[in-house]
Ligand binder design. Structure first.
Ligand code: NAD
Length: 260
């Protein structure tokens, strides 16, 4: 029970990677707030966790909207009694070549990934700074925080930006015992990725099998997808780590796709 007595708020936790982190944290003893734009799915995830013996609450939150973030964070704090860990994870993907990339889609991508990370951090910090309670903030980056791919200009830009935000927080948060990290997964088969396979096949003029084999897994050491559990175990390790010896780091979980 490495997170006994801790409270975690996880955005985008009604699906995929965020959901796996919520389940893993709950099993490790944390009380978890499942914050998602899809409230029904967030509540269903919270119920599943409670049925398995964990402590959880579903919270409505659109990470692009300051009022929604502030209200959702306060609801979680009131329900669970504080806040020790923020996982800024909500995200979407829109693929298109730069020349055709709609400005409205670009802004939507920055709003969810970058504004969302900023707004959730800003809402969480007063609870962590109070009485130097301390805490851990983890941003869900990507191999695309370090690496570029065709068709993903907005995503690659946004995921690189998270490294900068994390490093500033590592410095500002230190005196309050707050640490910051970015987890950078390779491809994980969640709804976000399943949607991309046919889209990329169409844009690149190759088969879906080739998208998986060449585009998604071609640079890994073993041709294997990263799993939601791989990412959740990394998030557990970082949140449970006992000192600021580890802060401001980007941890790449990608079957060796990118090595730093
Ligand atoms: P997913 O589609 O399974 O889940 C994303 C969740 O975010 C959904 O529950 C959705 O309702 C929620 N969401 C979307 N917009 C939101 C908003 N405005 N406010 C609050 N919630 C919102 O996706 P996933 O694959 O689990 O991705 C989670 C994160 O991991 C994303 O930031 C993604 O970029 C990152 N990531 C994913 C992969 C991958 O291969 N799947 C790889 C690297 C990084």
């Amino acid at each position: 029970m490495q997170l006994n007595g801790k409270v975690a708020l996880i955005t985008g936790a009604a699906s995929g990677i965020g959901k796996a982190i919520a389940e893993t944290y709950a099993r490790a003893g944390a009380a978890v707030a499942i914050a998602d734009i899809n409230l029904a799915a967030a509540q269903a995830t919270a119920e599943e966790i409670k049925a398995a013996g964990g402590k959880a609450v579903g919270v409505a939150m659109d990470v692009t909207n300051e009022e929604s973030v502030n209200t959702g964070t306060q609801t979680a704090v009131d329900a669970l009694g504080g806040l020790d860990i923020l996982i800024s994870n909500a995200g979407i993907q829109i693929v298109n070549p730069l020349v055709d990339y709609k400005f409205s889609d670009w802004k939507k991508m920055q709003a969810i990934h970058v504004d969302g990370a900023f707004l959730t951090t800003k809402a969480a910090l007063p609870h962590m700074y109070k009485d130097k309670r301390g805490g851990t903030v983890i941003y869900m980056g990507s191999v695309h925080s370090h690496e570029a791919s065709k068709l993903k200009s907005a995503y690659v830009t946004a995921k690189h930006a998270l490294l900068g935000l994390c490093r500033v927080l590592a410095k500002e948060g230190a005196e309050y015992n707050v640490r910051a990290h970015v987890i950078c997964p390779g491809f994980v088969r969640t709804p976000l990725v399943e949607k991309q396979i046919p889209e990329q096949a169409k844009e690149l003029g190759i088969s879906e099998e080739e998208v998986v084999k060449r585009v998604m897994l071609g640079n890994t050491v073993d041709g294997v997808f990263t799993t939601v559990d791989d990412v959740a175990q990394t998030a557990l390790f970082l949140a449970a780590f006992p000192s600021a010896a580890l802060t401001g780091q980007s941890v790449i979980v990608s079957h060796g796709w990118y090595m730093q």
